[in-house]
Design a protein around this ligand. Structure first.
Ligand SMILES: *[C@@H]1O[C@H](CO)[C@@H](O)[C@H](O)[C@H]1NC(C)=O
Ligand SMILES: *[C@@H]1O[C@H](CO)[C@@H](O)[C@H](O)[C@H]1NC(C)=O
Length: 339
C-alpha cells in the first residue's frame, strides 16, 4: 500500500499528539500476557471454583507444584470466590498467580488473632512470586473489639522479589504485612485503617490507591504505614509513588515503629483523610534522629506541610530520587515489568 507522504506525516503527528494528551509516563499498563511472555512461563495450571479446571482450590494447585521448582509456572484462577487460607511455602519459588481481575477472582478467609502471621488469609514465603488481577481479603468482623485479638492480615509477603500487579488487599486492621524482602506493587488497591502497610520489607507502591476505612478495633487513629526498619545498614522502607490516599476516616501517613523507619510518599494525592500533623510517634519512646518519614511533591487537600510534625521531612528532588524509581528495590535486576 502506498500512502501519500502527507497522510504518513498526519498519522505520525496524531500519534505523537495522543501520546502527549495521555502524558508520556502514564500511558503504560502492565498486561498479564506480556508478563507471561517476559517470564517465559510454558506451563499453566488452572483453578476453577466450579470444577472446570485442573483444581477447585488454589492451595490444591500450589500443593501440586514440586518442591524446589525452578521454572515459572502460571496458575490461572478463574473468576470466583475462593474461601480458603492459602500459603506458598519457601520450597516453591517461580509461581505466577493470575486472576481474572481484582473483585472477580477473590481469595478470602476470616480470621482475627493476636498474631499477625497467624491471622493472614494469604502468605507467600517463596522468592520470585508474581500475582496479577486478584483480590486478597481478610473478612474478619469489623465490630468494636478492643483486645489484642485484633490483627486481621490479608497478605503476608515474607520473601524477596515479589511483584503484585492490579491486585487488591482488603481488611480492616493490619492489612498488608510486608514482612521482608524487596517487593513491587503496581496499580494495586489497599484498604485498611490501622497499620495498613507494615513490616520490615523494602517496597515500592506505584500508582496504587489506599482507601482508609473507620478504625473500630482500637482507640488510636490509624496509620497508613508502619516501617519496622531497625538499622541503617539493612534493607527496609516503603515508597508510595504517584499514588492516591482517600477514604472515609482520618489517618496518619505513618508512624514511627523501627528506629530507622523509612517511608516516602512522592507525587501522591493526599485527600482530607490525611490529618494535618501527618505522622505519629504513638507507642514509640526512642530517638527520632534516624527516622526518615517524608514527603516529596505531594498534592491535594491533605498535603499541606504547615502543621506537619517537626521530625518528618519534606524532601528535595535530589533527596527523593532514590525512592521514586524502581532502583529503590533494584527492580531492573529482577522485575519482569514496572510502570
Ligand atoms: C549493621 O549495624 C549494626 C549496628 O547498628 C551492627 O551491629 C551490624 O553488625 C551491622 N551489620 C552489617 C552487615 O554491617
Ligand atoms: C496541628 O496538629 C495538632 C496535633 O495533631 C492538632 O492538635 C491541631 O489541631 C493541628 N492544627 C491544625 C490547624 O490542623
Amino acid at each position: 500500500m502506498h500512502l501519500p507522504r502527507f497522510s504518513i506525516f498526519a498519522v505520525v503527528t496524531l500519534f505523537i499528539l495522543l501520546d502527549f494528551v495521555h502524558g508520556f509516563s502514564n500511558n503504560k499498563v502492565i498486561d498479564s500476557q506480556t508478563l507471561a511472555e517476559d517470564i517465559r512461563s510454558d506451563r499453566t495450571i488452572t483453578v476453577d471454583a466450579d470444577g472446570n479446571g485442573d483444581f477447585k482450590s488454589v492451595q490444591a494447585a500450589i500443593d501440586h507444584i514440586p518442591n524446589r521448582n525452578s521454572k515459572w509456572i502460571m496458575i490461572h484462577i478463574s473468576k470466583g470466590i475462593y474461601r480458603e487460607k492459602v500459603k506458598i511455602p519457601r520450597s516453591k519459588p517461580y509461581i505466577f498467580m493470575r486472576g481474572e481481575g481484582s473483585g472477580m477472582t477473590t481469595i478470602v478467609w476470616s480470621r482475627s488473632s493476636a498474631d499477625d502471621y497467624e491471622s493472614a488469609s494469604f502468605k507467600v514465603e517463596a522468592k520470585n512470586f508474581i500475582a496479577y488481577g486478584i483480590t486478597f481479603k481478610n473478612a474478619a468482623p469489623t465490630g468494636i473489639d478492643r483486645t489484642k485479638q485484633n490483627k486481621a492480615v490479608a497478605v503476608v509477603v515474607g520473601a524477596d522479589k515479589a511483584a503484585f500487579y492490579h491486585c487488591s488487599f482488603i481488611s480492616n486492621h493490619n492489612t498488608l504485612f510486608d514482612a521482608r524482602g524487596r517487593h513491587y506493587y503496581g496499580g494495586c488497591y489497599v484498604q485498611g485503617s490501622v497499620d495498613v502497610i507494615f513490616g520490615h520489607g523494602q517496597s515500592m507502591f506505584h500508582e496504587c490507591e489506599v482507601f482508609v476505612v473507620p478504625n473500630l478495633k482500637s482507640e488510636i487513629k490509624g496509620s497508613i504505614t508502619a516501617s519496622h526498619k531497625q538499622r541503617g545498614n539493612t534493607t527496609g522502607g516503603f515508597a508510595l509513588v504517584k499514588s492516591k490516599v482517600y477514604g472515609v476516616d482520618n489517618v496518619y501517613l505513618g508512624r514511627a515503629k523501627g528506629t530507622h523507619s523509612t517511608v516516602v510518599f512522592a507525587d501522591t494525592y493526599l485527600s482530607k483523610s490525611v490529618v494535618s500533623h501527618g505522622w505519629t510517634d504513638w507507642s514509640y519512646p526512642h530517638s527520632k534522629e534516624n527516622l526518615l518519614l517524608a514527603e516529596y511533591n505531594c498534592h491535594g487537600p491533605g498535603s499541606s506541610s504547615s502543621n506537619r510534625t517537626e521530625w518528618s521531612k519534606q524532601l528535595s528532588y535530589e533527596e527523593a530520587l532514590r525512592f521514586i524509581t524502581v532502583d529503590f528495590i533494584n527492580g531492573k535486576d529482577w522485575l519482569p515489568a514496572w510502570l
